[in-house]
Design a protein around this ligand. Structure first.
Ligand SMILES: Nc1ncnc2c1ncn2[C@@H]1O[C@H](COP(=O)(O)OP(=O)(O)OP(=O)(O)O)[C@@H](O)[C@H]1O
Ligand SMILES: [Mg+2]
Length: 446
């Protein structure tokens, strides 16, 4: 019988001092003692194993290619990844100035951060897409690793280690790049002792020092090459809003831009071609103006992935996750908000609860979920982005619920179920009004 590969990620707490190998063995024994694992899920019940209780924060069973909701231990081939997120913030590096000019432009060309990083914990799971964009990206990485490991002759089969995500503003492109980098740092930890994310500030690189920009790109990439030379480290390079770097050539060709635009693009393309020889690097680029991107750059991207505005179903899950977070933090009174599958069932059965003010908890949950789904439908009609959706709770509070009417939780962190908080219906009213306002404002803009 073929087995499904299932990745298990074990996050250690800041105090953990045990060896990763020891933890991995304990987790392996624990997991194999359970009959069945739900996929994806967060495991519990391991805190009575002292070695795990003292060091581990969370054990999660990650998404797998298998579409079944659960698998038995015999059906799985386990890959256990133990990691300890770094809590250091990104540090700026690679100043644009060469240091010998007394210019006022001290913007930085790039920043670097160590991965896995605390700041990006939970980011991957928070991004919700209708089609399987996230799995596609992970599969691409696995495919390139298989070819690299087999030492495939790059003259015969080659790839460029460049991925481009494009789509409307606020669809999570930049976040997805960071989340993927974090994911890779966890998944590749058995191959690479450390991973770094280097974010290029495209705007600053294509600076007002027009004639310098080609040189700046070269200087930046020679620093990147230095990083990549450490063969036991993996480097993810993020070129955010890449069109500002590469649109230049089109302008130059049309004779409207100084030829510096050409130099920048050429420098970038040459440097990318050099990087592709390295196994331990991945370049991710984002854009919301794909038409403005140089075709030679586009051609180098192994994957050009359109990231769309969220579907009604994705919107439901995004709103639900936002609501669950403020319930967890005690801002909204405790209530269960059913997951998408459940509300779809309710919708199919066309079964709103008997009385809308029913106090039966199950009826109430059903009503809440159906209202949230109706709100999701409205947001979809408006073509709202993930960014616009995630701020709805804040707008609801600021503009409709009113700070004065709001019950302020006394304690931070997880509150007991019976804790107070504003009733969820008040929040739904507020969020519906906030969407209404979004509609009116969008009409004014058009
Ligand atoms: N599909 C999604 N699921 C969940 N959250 C999302 C989604 N899309 C966007 N968001 C949220 O919206 C916010 C903005 O995302 P991000 O900055 O990554 O978007 P972007 O596509 O890079 O936008 P821009 O094109 O304007 O740079 C993030 O907080 C992210 O969590
Ligand atoms: Mg972005």
């Amino acid at each position: 019988m073929d087995k499904w590969t299932v990745h298990i990620e074990v996050r250690l707490n800041a105090r953990a001092s045990a060896r990763f190998e020891t933890i991995r063995n304990h987790v392996h024994s624990y997991v194999t003692s359970v009959d069945r694992l739900a996929i994806p899920s967060t495991l519990d019940g391991w805190d009575d194993i002292p070695e795990l209780a003292s060091s581990v924060d969370r054990i999660s069973v990650c998404e797998s290619q298998c579409t079944a909701p659960s698998l038995t231990i015999e059906e799985m081939s386990l890959q256990i990844h133990v990691y300890k997120p770094s809590d250091s913030d990104a540090f700026e590096e690679f100043s644009n100035s060469a240091g010998n000019r007394n210019e006022d432009d001290d913007t930085m060309a790039a920043s670097v951060c160590e991965l896995p990083n605390k700041n990006y914990e939970g980011l991957w799971d928070s991004l919700i897409y209708a089609d399987d964009v996230k799995m596609k990206l992970l599969d691409y990485i696995h495919a390139t690793l298989i070819f690299s490991d087999a030492n495939v002759d790059l003259n015969l089969v080659s790839w460029n280690r460049v991925v481009l995500l494009h789509g409307p503003p606020g669809t999570g492109k930049t976040s997805l790049c960071r989340a993927l980098a974090q994911k890779l740092s966890i998944r590749l930890s058995h191959r690479y002792s450390h991973t770094r994310l280097l974010e290029i500030n495209s705007h600053s690189l294509f600076s007002k020092w027009f004639s310098e920009s080609g040189k700046l790109v070269q200087r930046l990439f020679s620093s990147i090459t230095e990083l990549v030379e450490e063969e036991d480290g993996f480097v993810v390079v993020l070129i955010d809003e890449v069109e500002s770097l590469t649109a230049a050539r089109a302008g130059a060709m049309a004779g409207t831009e100084p030829s510096d635009g050409l130099r920048v693009v050429n420098a970038l393309l040459t440097q990318l071609d050099k990087l592709k020889q390295r196994k331990n690097v991945l370049v991710m680029a984002t854009s919301n103006l794909v038409k403005a991107i140089d075709t030679a750059f586009l051609d180098r991207a192994d994957i050009v992935q359109y990231v769309d505005l969220p579907s009604r179903e994705a919107i439901y899950e995004i709103l639900r996750s936002a609501l669950c977070e403020i319930i967890l933090k005690g801002i909204v009174a405790y209530v269960t908000v059913p997951a998408l599958k459940q509300v779809q069932l309710y919708e199919l059965m066309n079964k709103s609860a008997e009385k809308s003010d029913s106090i039966d908890p199950q009826d109430r949950s059903k009503n809440v979920s159906l209202r949230l789904l109706a709100l999701a439908t409205q947001c979809r009609t408006q073509g709202m982005s993930g960014r616009a959706l995630r701020r709805l709770p804040v707008l609801a509070l600021a503009r409709y619920i009113g700070i004065g009417n709001f019950f302020r939780p006394q304690i931070s962190g997880v509150l007991p179920k019976e804790s107070k908080g504003t009733p969820v219906e008040v929040w739904l009213d507020g969020m519906e009004k906030a969407v209404g306002e979004h509609v009116r404002e969008s009409e004014r803009l058009n």
